[in-house]
Design a protein around this ligand. Structure first.
Ligand code: ASP
Length: 347
């Protein structure tokens, strides 16, 4: 009888302890809800020699401003969708990057912008391709996702939808910058007859400048967004990976969120953003393993250059690239902002 009472007491005690423990764990989690954000401003032939100290400082300042715009939303308990849009819009508005103002020129001397966004909680996505008069392509991509029954709109139709949604419209010349204009002239000289090999040569020298953001909010929801002017001297309505869901952008709460930058044709064919998250989801790889494998072992041997930013549901951030540099920044929780450009910088 005594033994039975003792066992009963022991099991009651154990249950009490485990209840107390589980309550303790829950409230600790409650207190420290993890959130994180990472951004990129393009990858490419970016090394110390290619930037003056002033240029480097200007890029880093703008990256800090962009990440802070997203971070303040997350810190206040806002959604990862709002955070990625806010961060991308700071970069779209800056002439330093190849998105929005500062977008590269097409062969015909215009700007055609691409963007996409994905909500990792719902699997919903929105994208636009080849828009010429929409001030913030990422805002339009989000609007396609939220206010249309479609995922991707292009060209004039996308612009008509933007007007219906009362989004800000601008003249195509709003996106002009002298620096990008000079790049077009150089590109045209190099392209000559615009054969395939000439494009490959150009790509190797090309400084990508696409922008993107990925974020995890305090509710555990992931989001990814990407916006770009595409590639200098693009022709014939060329569309890159940035507006292709799965190639340039992907988010899934069950794995990770990715935004890509690089030679779009390769990122489309290797379905880069979704491939990274599939490896996380089905192979149980970390974002580090999955990102490194795809960027260094899958893409590079085939000639695909560029990089990605990745965040998972635990706030792990990884930003691999196989070019000389990638404009990038990250912030986990209320930790410090890490901003980097070159390969030998830590982040
Ligand atoms: N991925 C973009 C494209 O191919 C270019 C870039 O990342 O800069 O359109």
């Amino acid at each position: 009888m005594r033994k039975v009472v003792m066992r009963l007491l022991q099991s009651l005690l154990a249950a009490g302890v485990s209840l107390a423990l589980s309550q303790g764990v829950a409230s600790a989690e409650e207190q420290e809800k993890v959130f994180a954000i990472a951004i990129h401003g393009g990858a490419g032939t970016i090394n110390k020699a290619s930037l003056t100290d002033e240029q480097e400082a200007a890029y880093k300042a703008k990256l800090s401003e962009a990440i802070s715009a997203g971070h303040s939303i997350l810190a206040a308990g806002g959604s990862s969708m709002d955070a990625v849009v806010a961060a991308v819009q700071v970069l779209e508005d800056s002439p330093l990057f190849n998105a929005g103002r500062g977008a590269v020129y097409t062969y015909d001397g215009e700007h055609e912008l691409d963007a996409s966004i994905m909500n990792g909680a719902t699997g919903e996505a929105g994208a636009v391709a080849g828009v010429k008069t929409v001030k913030s392509p990422i805002e339009l991509a989000r609007s396609v996702m939220e206010n249309s029954v479609h995922v991707m709109l292009s060209g004039e139709g996308a612009e008509a939808f933007a007007a219906e949604q009362q989004l800000a419209l601008v003249e195509n010349s709003y996106f002009n910058t002298e620096r990008r204009y000079q790049q077009l002239q150089t590109a045209k000289e190099k392209l000559g007859k615009a054969d395939k090999q000439a494009y490959v040569e150009l790509d190797n020298k090309y400084k990508y400048g696409t922008v993107g953001a990925v974020a995890l909010d305090q509710e555990g929801n992931l989001a990814a967004a990407t916006s770009t002017g595409g590639m200098t001297a693009k022709r014939y309505g060329r569309v890159g990976d940035s507006p292709i869901i799965g190639a340039g952008t992907w988010a899934d709460n069950a794995s990770c969120a990715v935004s890509a930058t690089g030679h779009g044709e390769y990122f489309i064919r290797y379905h880069v953003a979704a491939d990274i998250c599939s490896r996380v989801k089905y192979l149980g790889e970390s974002v580090q393993e999955a990102g490194d494998t795809v960027i260094h072992d899958v893409l590079l041997p085939k000639g695909g250059t560029g990089g990605v930013i990745i965040v998972d549901g635990k706030g792990n951030v990884h930003m691999p690239f196989n070019t000389e540099g990638m404009y990038r920044a990250s912030q986990v929780g209320n930790g410090e902002i890490n901003v980097a450009i070159y390969q030998d910088e830590l982040y």
